[in-house]
Design a protein around this ligand. Structure first.
Ligand code: HEC
Length: 135
C-alpha cells in the first residue's frame, strides 16, 4: 500500500493550499475536469472554448481580457487600478497555476467581477486548457 502515500500527500497539499504545496499546472486541469465530469461524463476541456470565454463579455462591463489582454503571453494591466499584471500562461510566466490558494482566490474574485458569479468547473477547465495550450 506504500505506493498510495505520495498520491495522498499530493492530494492533501493541493486541497490545503499555501506556500508548501506547489502544484503542476496540469493538476488544475485534472481537478476542474474531474469536477465538471461528475455532472457531465462526456465533458472534454476545450482550449478554443476557453479562449472565447476569456475574451467575451458576460454579466458586467469587463471580460477577463479587460485586465489580462486577449494574449496569455502578454503583460496585462488592471482595468481599474492600472497595476501591471504578469502574463497568465505558464509558458510565459512559470509560477502561474502552481499555487492552489492563489488559483482559487483569483478565479473566485475575477469570475465575480466579470460574471457576477463563480465560474463553473467547466469554464475553469476550458480556460486552463487554453492557458496550457499556449507554447
Ligand atoms: C479587474 C481586473 C481583472 C479581471 C477582469 C480578471 N482578472 Fe484575473 N487577475 C487579476 C489580478 C489583479 C490577478 C492577481 C495578480 C497576479 O497574479 O498577477 C489575477 C490573477 C488571475 C489568476 C491567477 C493565476 C495564477 O496562478 O497566478 C487567474 C487564473 C485569473 N486571474 C483568471 C482570470 C479569469 C478566468 C478572468 C475572467 C473570468 C479574469 N482573470 C479576469 C485581475 C483581473
Amino acid at each position: 500500500m506504500t505506493h498510495l502515500i505520495p498520491l495522498a500527500l499530493a492530494t492533501a497539499a493541493l486541497s490545503i493550499g499555501g506556500a508548501v504545496s506547489a502544484a503542476a499546472p496540469r493538476e488544475f486541469l485534472s481537478r476542474f475536469e474531474n469536477a465538471a465530469r461528475s455532472a457531465d461524463a462526456s465533458f472534454v476541456p476545450t482550449a478554443a472554448r476557453g479562449a472565447a470565454f476569456f475574451t467575451a463579455k458576460h454579466a458586467t462591463a469587463w471580460s477577463c481580457s479587460s485586465c489580462h489582454t486577449p494574449d496569455p503571453k502578454a503583460q496585462g494591466k488592471h482595468a481599474a487600478t492600472g497595476k501591471l499584471i504578469q502574463p497568465l500562461a505558464p509558458a510565459a510566466q512559470p509560477d502561474r497555476l502552481t499555487d492552489p490558494a492563489k488559483v482559487d482566490k483569483w478565479f473566485r474574485r475575477n469570475c465575480s467581477d466579470v460574471l457576477n458569479r463563480e465560474c463553473t468547473p467547466r469554464e475553469k477547465a476550458d480556460v486552463v486548457a487554453w492557458l496550457l495550450s499556449i507554447r
